[in-house]
Structure formats: structure tokens, C-alpha cells
Ligand binder design. Structure first.
Ligand SMILES: Nc1ncnc2c1ncn2[C@@H]1O[C@H](COP(=O)(O)OP(=O)(O)OP(=O)(O)O)[C@@H](O)[C@H]1O
Length: 236
């Protein structure tokens, strides 16, 4: 994948939550394949809203979002859901691990919803378990691969890394991360960031990472300040 190919494109986007004035008014923005972008801005400026738009969970009233060259913001919901399952990894502050599934089953969940991701996982490895292992080992969870312990009994840092492995299984082209380190202590957080960024680099995954913690921004290729980009006055 070439670094000069735009993977995320925004054109003259305006978004308002129902019955509210616009919260986002953004000019053109282009993020290239493999870029690692840190998205900052004060509370309430619209960082999570923008990630929801990029994830196709909501659509703008004006303008367009293209992911991998596809005009996803013009599509109906079912087509956006399909695209998200195939091409996006989503990693949020709440890990959203399923307590009744094992660590391995949680990691492989996206392969249940996307034949494309399952196929990609199997293209690289002899089995889905081996594909999960290839992510869990660098995330320092290899020893727990076959654990039958409920995932909710793992430490917060371990659960966060399971959520990262689940987001990256089957090589989605784009990873959207919203405050994924906020529940981690400083040492665990730094280790997590290093592992996440190196896995994204390895697979040329385009990363948009939202955090309040500006000290993390130095790890990234580009820092976007939503307070400067957003033509709405912002905090409502
Ligand atoms: N589902 C919703 N319905 C109505 N308004 C919403 C909804 N979600 C967010 N908002 C509003 O949109 C604005 C932007 O919120 P958003 O969560 O995107 O900001 P943020 O920059 O991520 O904030 P924080 O850093 O505190 O998480 C806020 O005024 C918020 O109250």
C-alpha cells in the first residue's frame, strides 16, 4: 500500500445532532494510507462525533466522507455497516468485550461478521487461532491464548490489549481509537501505545487516535487540532 493514497477524505462537512446547532463544520481533510494521526481538542469540541462520522455510525447533513475512495456518507445504513465490518477496526475507551466469550473468541469476533476479514486472517496464517496468536503475542497476551478464564477477570491493561487485537484482526485498513488509554496507568499506557503503533505500522493500517493526553502526540505522524479545524464555535 502506498503512502500517497488517501484513505480518509472529508469534504466541506457539516454535522448537527438532532435539534441542536451544528457541532462540526470542517473544511477538506485528507489522511493517507498508513498515516498515524493524533486528534486533539478540548472537551465537547466534537472529537468523538467525528470518529462516529468516520465510522459511518452517523452521517453529515452536508459534505462528504470518503473512506478507501468510497462515498460512505451517502450510503444507507446497512451498506455502511457492511463496510465497517470489512474495513474498520474500532477501539473505544470501554472495551466492549463479551463476558460469555473466551479471550480467543473475543479476538476473533470480527471474523464472524466479515468474510473478508476472515479470509485475510486465513491468507496469512494456517488457522484463525494462529492469526489471533500473531496479534496476541506482540501484545504480550500469547500465554493467555487458550485461557478459559472469563475475559472480565483479566487486568484492565490485558482487556484493553484484547480489544486492540480484536480491532486489528483480519487487517482492517483503518483503525479508529477513542481514548483507548484512559483506563490505563502511565507504564501500561506507554507500552500499549508502542505496541499498537508498531502493529499498525506493520500492516500499514491508517490510524486516527483521539486522546486528551497530549504527551502521547509525539508518537504520531501528524497532530490534528479540532479546535483549529472546526469552524463551529465548538463547545455548546
Ligand atoms: N448523541 C448525542 N446527541 C446530542 N448531542 C450529542 C450527542 N453526542 C454528543 N453530543 C454533543 O456534541 C458535542 C460534541 O461531543 P463529543 O462527545 O463529540 O465531544 P468530544 O470532543 O469527544 O468531548 P470529550 O473530549 O469530552 O469526549 C457536545 O456538545 C455533546 O454534548
Amino acid at each position: 500500500m502506498s503512502l500517497s493514497r488517501p484513505v480518509i477524505e472529508i469534504e466541506q462537512l457539516i454535522f448537527a445532532w438532532p435539534k441542536h446547532p451544528p457541532v462540526l463544520d470542517l473544511p477538506n481533510l485528507s489522511i493517507q494510507a498508513g498515516e498515524q494521526v493524533f486528534l486533539r481538542g478540548p472537551s465537547g469540541i466534537g472529537k468523538s462525533t467525528l470518529l462516529n462520522l468516520l465510522g459511518g455510525l452517523i452521517t453529515p447533513q452536508q459534505g462528504q466522507i470518503r473512506l478507501l475512495g468510497q462515498p460512505i456518507s451517502t450510503w444507507r445504513q446497512s451498506r455502511r455497516d457492511r463496510f465497517r465490518a470489512d474495513h474498520l477496526g474500532i477501539l473505544f475507551q470501554q472495551f466492549n468485550l463479551l463476558p460469555y466469550l473466551s479471550l480467543l473468541e473475543n479476538t476473533l469476533l470480527p471474523c464472524q461478521f466479515s468474510a473478508l476479514r476472515k479470509q485475510r486472517a486465513l491468507n496469512e496464517h494456517a488457522s484463525l487461532a494462529a492469526s489471533a496468536q500473531a496479534l496476541l503475542e506482540p501484545l504480550q497476551l500469547g500465554e493467555l491464548l487458550h485461557t478459559t478464564r472469563p475475559v472480565t477477570t483479566l487486568s484492565i491493561g490485558q482487556q484493553q490489549r484484547v480489544a486492540a487485537a480484536r480491532a486489528l484482526i483480519g487487517q482492517p485498513e483503518i483503525l479508529l481509537a477513542d481514548e483507548p488509554t484512559s483506563a490505563l496507568d502511565a507504564d501500561t499506557r506507554d507500552l500499549f501505545i508502542e505496541l499498537l503503533l508498531s502493529l499498525c505500522r506493520l500492516h500499514q493500517t491508517t490510524l486516527v487516535f483521539v486522546s486528551h493526553d497530549l504527551s502521547l502526540s509525539t508518537h504520531f505522524d501528524r497532530v490534528l487540532d479540532l479546535n483549529q479545524m472546526n469552524r463551529c464555535s465548538g463547545v455548546t
